[in-house]
Design a protein around this ligand. Structure first.
Ligand code: FUB
Ligand code: ZN
Length: 677
């Protein structure tokens, strides 16, 4: 089925909702209390023991050069440095030069931070944080050039090289993040200083790139500007931003290959793989498969979905659907992790989903959530929300420790710490979360997603409130000239009972409730009082609402073992335990060492055990299983096949997102079933 404009929806404004959810509110509070202040210290190089970020310092240097330029006039020449993409810390950190340090995309760390701050302020006003944010915005805006250009790498290193390396140098990526941050901060506070700066930069880019004769025909090496431009268009109503986003999308993959026209002296090969890394191997409408760098890919697809909605472009929508189906049907871990290989942080071939060398970058799962929400805006089909929920409760949340103080960049599905330390092929896999990263893309990305979680849970059309995720919150929804108050309460992800209190006059409001793929049959209390229809995994309810209505609906959460398609070689004979949207795993701390010797009984009963991990209340699950005896020393490395020796064992499963919160230890998501032991 194609696209139906009547069912388009958009996220509710964060200002029209208050998240009250016991689970997600806690995550948001961690971001507010731990991540945002920690990140501000990191942006200012004030975290003891951590490699400096240089982010705010770069803005200050660029601002200072700006100032000097305006004082010295045309005679002034910016110093020139060699372009490396990463400017390392000098040997003597006490003697930093007035130059750019860090990754070329260091500016984006500020932008993601300010975006998270904006969202957070809508839920928890904080004048002190707002004051700090306003001060940071002043520093950033002081670096902006008279013509609107605002990327410190080139401001500091020399503007003559601007846009000469779109493939690698992330200028348009930094612009995209700046714009996202600026819109978020404006929508939260009504303050438009950063928004105006982003607009001026967008105008500069609009004048430089485009279809018109004489304009540059390039496009971003790392996507995000596409979706940011749609957002800027939605915030300002200026058509040119939509036009530019749309240009970037349709320009990608055209021939001659734009990046070949740039000078990349360091590069000898120009092969198909290189194009695919940037999703530029084909025009996007002809692309059949999700390929290349996973974060780039899902950011691109998100932008495509945005443009498809704004321009009611069916062709683009179908391309998005195809790419979606390819990811979800062939290239996604059960955790919602994507990007199976660390080589290029990229998608691998279909069904190649190794557990212990997985990459599954936190940012990639976050990007998948972005893509899912945008597909839902185009078409309310629960297949998108199911994946969004899967990624959120598993591959995204695993990226952050339960205390909000350390992070995973890579999210493996199996870990033997010895291998992480000794096997070079697994050096990218860390057995415990890290405080911070030199390339700190994931923690601030988590911060902006978690603090805006409500925009993923609910979207609206003129008369319908879509509840995609059962996240507790109070919402105000406009219905014509009136407004309805809706209060959603649940104990997700531990319990599937949901209550929705509705106060609305008349029958103008329609509730669309997602029926999760993991529940067999839902139960709607007093169903006869509603007019109900089901379509594409949503239950649509209407009635003559009044002052007091409580919709009660239950989605039974049974623990269940899941297996992978036979084509996933890695998981042959293995199963994963899930309950509701939560993927479970085994950890050494509960089950002893050598998790590979354990197997689970496919007919097992499951016992839910309420417990806490890292202070968080969780449901652990016990299952019946078997522990194979470890081979005796004298058996040697190989010996004739013999009947399996071992004993019954109780397997204790914990939610995957909670793993590695109790020290370094083995972890395993996929476990052999007893018939395969
Ligand atoms: O290139 C910017 C970010 O750094 C990417 O999105 C991440 O994958 C990391 O490589
Ligand atoms: Zn990342």
């Amino acid at each position: 089925m194609g696209m139906n404009q009547d069912s388009f929806s958009v996220p509710l404004s964060l200002r029209d909702m208050r998240i009250t959810d016991h689970f997600w509110k806690n995550e948001m509070e961690l971001v507010r209390r731990e991540v945002i202040p920690y990140q501000w210290a990191a942006l200012n190089d004030k975290v003891e023991g951590a490699a400096p970020s240089f982010c705010m310092r770069n803005f200050k240097i660029a601002g200072k050069m700006n100032q000097e330029k305006s004082e010295k006039g045309a005679a002034y020449e910016a110093p020139k440095y060699t372009f490396r993409g990463f400017e390392a810390l000098p040997e003597d950190p006490e003697h930093l030069e007035d130059k750019f340090y860090g990754f070329v995309f260091q500016d984006s760390d500020f932008s993601k931070w300010i975006e998270a701050v904006g969202y957070s302020l809508t839920q928890h006003p904080d004048p002190e944080l707002e004051r700090i944010a306003d001060g940071a915005i002043d520093i950033v805006c002081a670096a902006q050039q008279d013509d609107g250009y605002l990327d410190t790498y080139y401001i500091i290193n020399g503007r003559d090289k601007t846009f000469t390396n779109l493939r690698d140098h992330h200028e348009l990526y930094c612009f995209g993040h700046l714009t996202e941050g600026a819109v978020a901060y404006y929508e939260a506070t009504g303050k438009d200083k950063l928004l105006k700066a982003a607009e001026r930069f967008a105008d500069y880019i609009y004048d430089y790139f485009g279809a018109a004769e004489g304009k540059c025909k390039g496009y971003p090496g790392h996507e995000i500007a596409e979706m940011a431009l749609v957002r800027l268009y939605e915030a300002t109503g200026k058509q040119k931003y939509l036009e530019l986003g749309s240009f970037f999308i349709d320009q990608r993959g055209t021939r001659p290959y734009y990046f070949d026209t740039e000078n990349h002296p360091d590069e000898k090969t120009r092969d198909g793989l290189r194009y695919a890394y940037h999703q530029a191997h084909l025009p996007v409408r002809e692309q059949q498969e999700a390929v290349g760098h996973a974060v780039r890919a899902v950011y691109l697809y998100s932008g495509m979905a945005d443009v498809a909605r704004q321009k009611k472009d069916e062709g683009l929508f179908y391309a998005c659907e195809r790419l979606w189906d390819d990811i979800v049907g062939k290239k996604m871990y059960i955790t919602g992790g994507i990007g199976a290989t660390h080589m290029g942080e990229a998608f691998s071939f279909a069904y190649d989903l190794p557990n212990d060398t997985a990459y599954a970058e936190t940012c990639a799962s976050i990007g998948l959530v972005f893509f899912a929400r945008r597909m839902l805006e185009l078409k309310p089909d629960s297949k998108y929300a199911d994946v969004m929920e899967r990624a959120l409760y598993n591959g995204v949340l695993s990226g952050m420790a339960l205390d909000g103080k350390s992070f995973f960049y890579v999210n493996p599905l199996e870990v033997n710490p010895t291998a992480c330390h000794k096997d070079e092929r697994k050096f990218h896999v860390k057995p415990v979360r890290q405080k911070w990263f030199g390339c700190a893309c994931c923690p601030p990305n988590l911060a902006r997603l978690l603090s805006s979680i409500g925009t993923y849970a609910y979207t609206e059309s003129a008369d319908t409130l879509f509840v995609h995720l059962y996240i507790g919150g109070t919402l105000t929804k406009k219905v014509g000239a009136a407004s309805a108050d809706v209060d959603i309460r649940s104990q997700f992800p531990w319990d599937g009972d949901v209550e929705i209190h509705v106060r609305a006059n008349g029958s103008g409001l329609r509730l669309a409730l997602r029926i999760p793929d993991w529940c067999g049959a839902y139960r709607l209390e007093d169903a006869q009082q509603y007019t109900c229809t089901e379509q594409d995994g949503y239950l649509y309810l209407t009635k003559a609402w009044g002052e007091e209505n409580t919709v009660r609906i239950s989605f039974p959460m049974e623990a269940r073992l899941m297996e992978a398609a036979a084509a996933v070689r890695e998981n042959a004979g293995k199963a994963v335990l899930m309950r509701g949207p939560v993927v479970y795993c085994l950890e050494e701390v509960d089950n002893g060492a050598d998790l590979h010797l354990l197997s689970v009984n496919p007919q097992s009963a499951f016992a839910i055990k309420k417990d806490t991990i890292g202070g968080m209340p969780v449901n652990k699950i016990e299952a019946e299983g078997f522990r194979r005896a470890a081979a005796a020393q004298e058996d040697g490395l190989y010996h004739p096949l013999r009947p399996v020796d071992g004993e019954k064992a109780t397997l204790t499963y914990v939610p995957y997102f909670t793993w590695a919160n109790r020290g370094e230890n083995e972890m395993q998501v996929w476990t052999l079933t007893e018939q395969h032991r």
